[in-house]
Design a protein around this ligand. Structure first.
Ligand SMILES: C[S@@+](CC[C@H](N)C(=O)[O-])C[C@H]1O[C@@H](n2cnc3c(N)ncnc32)[C@H](O)[C@@H]1O
Length: 409
């Protein structure tokens, strides 16, 4: 019953709203499932792009992840297959039109449930963004995805975060009281608009500046406030789902956001958290920040003991700027500038070392640390260069701006 309602919703309101004609002017990129992230967080930066690669986009919706990943794989000449799967034929039609507009031929389209993956074979990577929290029993979804992974494969997930969605579930509850069974989607949306217009200033949704999906499109409003099946996670609940499915967290995105040290600077206070592992620190950071409306996480199989997250360990590491090549990133940066970032209402300014701008100007995604070092003015020795690179890396990787890859023989 619930699965039918969810399918019917996305048949009527494919989400997010996308126009295939827009593919001519831009590629939508994001997390999870940017190819440079998959390589960095799941394959330790050592993915061999000459080898066949299979990805599943589970609950692919209107296509953002499928189109981005298929385009990245095509640009990198990877012999790849991206399998798109969704319950909604309307969403699939939009994604197919987007793929056609780009001339992408590496996506195979299927209509069906991610709970039924038996005949699809195994995948190197699975994207599941904004879907698991809509399943009647999310753990069945986590388990189904985990079963479909190759031994060294990984998942990129996004689920709603409870604290940042303050007020959303109040509005959902009120709308459940107000709407009638069998009422059309359009009538429910009209009713929701009336309720929203009457929210008093003290209402928790109205007071939450982080939530705005209901203000742009009807599909956004329906997805946010009229969903028939929707839950949100705190970090410990999410980690429990991941671990029950036989997986472990490789990294949260953005990594610094899930580290209490981004917010707390008192050494004595921080020291008390020293013994906590990645997951517990993430749970602490979530309570501290209070603004996480979604959680993005890369996971690998528990028995995969490899260092799946790339680290800037040797001169051969190649830094890759995620959004724009280093020279573009650095060109408007005055010498001595800090790196600034803003995350859902919080502003951060990270000091950068003196060589930062010169280093970034050389980070074109093709040159190794040693090559960058040698091209710097005065070619500093490794011991002068590396701490400065590490400081740049810590600031930028913490906000998921800089990733790494290694040459593969
Ligand atoms: C909020 S949309 C997210 C779409 C897309 N992943 C994105 O991030 O833009 C959720 C999508 O999950 C699909 N969905 C929900 N339950 C599903 C299931 N059991 N199997 C496959 N798709 C499902 C819906 O049809 C819908 O298109």
């Amino acid at each position: 019953m619930c699965a039918d309602q969810v399918r019917d919703q996305y048949e009527e309101f494919p989400y997010p709203t996308r126009d295939p004609a827009d593919e001519r002017r831009r590629l939508i990129t994001g997390s999870p499932s940017h190819l440079a992230e998959i390589n960095h967080y799941i394959f330790g930066g050592r993915l061999d792009f000459a080898q066949p690669f299979r990805a599943l986009i589970a609950g692919g919706g209107t296509g953002d992840a499928a189109i981005m990943l298929a385009q990245h794989l095509s640009d990198a000449d990877v012999p790849a297959e991206v399998v798109y799967l969704d319950l909604s034929t309307a969403s699939r039609a939009i994604t197919e039109a987007r793929a056609k507009a780009r001339g992408l031929s590496n996506i195979a389209f299927y209509t069906g449930s991610l709970l039924d993956l038996g005949h699809f074979g195994e995948f190197d990577y699975i994207d599941c963004c904004g879907v698991l929290h809509h399943l009647p029993v999310p753990q069945e979804g986590f388990a189904s995805l985990a079963r479909a992974l190759k031994p060294n494969g990984g998942l990129g997930l996004m689920v709603y975060g409870e604290l940042g969605r303050t007020g959303v579930y109040d509005a959902q509850a009120m709308l459940r009281d107000l709407t009638r069974e069998g009422e059309s989607g359009a009538d429910k949306v009209a009713l929701a608009h009336k309720l929203l217009a009457a929210l008093p200033p003290s209402n928790r949704l109205r007071r939450n500046p982080l939530i705005g999906d209901h203000l742009s499109t009807d599909a956004g409003l329906y997805d946010l406030l009229l969903h028939s099946q929707d839950r949100a996670y705190r970090v410990p609940d999410l980690v429990a789902e991941i671990e029950t499915a036989g997986m472990r967290v490789a990294s949260f995105i953005e990594p610094s956001r899930y580290d209490p040290a981004l917010y707390l600077h008192d050494k004595a206070v921080l020291q008390r958290l020293d013994r906590m592992g990645l997951e517990d620190r993430a749970g602490f950071a979530e309570l501290l920040a209070g603004n996480m409306k979604k959680h993005i996480v890369y996971c690998v199989r528990r028995e995969n003991e490899a260092e799946t997250v790339a680290a800037p360990k040797g001169p051969g590491a190649i830094p890759v700027l995620r959004d724009a090549p280093g020279p573009e990133f650095a060109k408007n940066m005055p010498p001595g500038a800090a790196f600034t970032a803003s995350l859902d209402g919080l502003e951060f300014s990270m000091p950068l070392p003196p060589l930062a701008r010169d280093i970034l100007l050389l980070c074109d995604g093709n040159h190794s640390l040693d090559e960058i070092r040698k091209s710097l003015p005065g070619a500093p020795d490794w011991f002068r260069f590396k701490p400065q690179f590490d400081a740049v890396y810590k600031a930028l990787n913490g906000f998921n701006k800089m990733l790494l890859r290694f040459p593969v023989n």
